[in-house]
Design a protein around this ligand. Structure first.
Ligand code: UDP
Length: 328
């Protein structure tokens, strides 16, 4: 049985990856320090003998007993409001954490895939963004802690590949959505759906003309699975190129939820990218991958998930509000 370590296992993407690898017949070792992750995302796996879980911060030395075939490094705060609250943890997990996991991959002879991001392109001046674009990132802005950690992550991953011959894969993930996103993580989709379900106005930041391109989580997981099993070591964009303005997106959510909420306008966060759309030519040609689930279908599934949550959860504050204890 092949053994895979998934960091960030209790997070949105990490938990879906755990499910996928269990389904494919792997032994899955999940790791998470639960700062932004939530055990409720993986509690259905605890009864399985093919699944084990370590509560550990990968910024510190990582020890896993036994053989490892694959490592997927998905631990990181990933939502702007999270990494604004825990900027140093964000920098450490992308840099020190990646270094530890590359060292682990080297010592075990494992292949490692790291989760990079469209944020390496910053506020892009090229549209759509392909993998050869170097980006437009403000290193000292509020998003810099995430963007630069991920850029460092790519650099050290390539260095372990070229210098140590470690088998590495880099996926650049664009906006992704689906069940198990945290309702209160501040990102646009859970924010809008949560507001609609609570009967609040939908908050559009700026004038709503900024664009994003949203990928349904199952499509993303399929792209990642294919990349891991490919022999391609350079970065690959995985995302859905179907681009929409945030104002149009708010309208779609209002229609979907059948509510008559209004929209209210709030200030645009600093360095909020004006446009974002993946060029997925590389994923199409190398992985034979493209998204299959359109936004109407994906939003419906996601809405049904959020609707099924308890009322308490709908009103739950950030359940990790005590970020203070992670100061370092
Ligand atoms: N946004 C918004 N209202 C919200 C939350 C987000 O208008 O309540 C906007 C945000 O300013 C950004 C876009 O939606 O332009 C996507 O934001 P998100 O935080 O989901 O992810 P990002 O792509 O910026 O990392």
């Amino acid at each position: 049985m092949k053994r895979v370590l998934i960091t960030g296992a209790a997070g949105f993407l990490g938990s879906h990856l755990c499910d996928r690898f269990i389904k494919e017949g792997y032994h899955v070792i999940g790791m998470d320090n639960l700062i932004t992750g939530d055990l409720r995302n993986i509690e259905h796996l605890f009864a399985l003998k093919e699944f084990e879980f370590y509560n550990h911060d990968v910024s510190k030395f990582v020890h896993v007993p036994g053989q490892l075939d694959y490592i997927l490094h998905f631990a990181s705060p990933a939502s702007p409001i999270d990494y604004l609250k825990i900027p140093i943890q964000t920098l450490k997990v992308g840099s020190l954490g990646t270094h530890n996991l590359l060292g682990l991959a080297k010592s075990k002879g494992a292949r490692i895939l790291v989760a990079s991001t469209s944020e390496v392109y910053g506020d892009p001046t090229v549209h759509p963004q392909n993998e050869d674009y170097w980006g437009n990132v403000n290193p000292i802005g509020p998003r810099g802690v995430y963007d630069e950690a991920k850029r460092f992550q790519e650099a050290i991953t390539m260095a372990y590949h070229t210098y140590h011959g470690v088998e590495t894969r880099i996926v650049r993930i664009f906006n992704t959505y689906g069940p198990r996103m945290r309702l209160n993580d501040g990102r646009v989709l859970p924010a809008f759906i949560g507001q609609a379900l609570r009967g609040e106005d939908l908050t559009i930041f700026g004038d709503g003309s900024q664009t994003r391109s949203f990928c349904y989580v199952d499509d993303l997981v399929e792209g990642i699975y294919r990349l891991l099993l490919s022999d391609y070591a350079y970065p690959v964009n995985v995302g859905n190129p179907d681009e929409i303005t945030i104002a149009e997106f708010a309208e779609e959510i209002i229609k979907l939820t059948g509510t008559d909420q209004k929209v209210v306008y709030k200030p645009l966060p600093v360095d909020d990218p004006k446009q974002r759309q993946p060029d997925i030519t590389r994923a199409r040609s190398i992985l034979g991958w493209e998204p299959k689930i359109n936004r109407a279908e994906g939003l419906r599934i996601t809405y049904d998930y959020f609707r099924s949550l308890s009322k308490e959860r709908l009103y739950e504050e950030a359940h990790h509000k005590d970020f203070g204890k992670y100061k370092n």
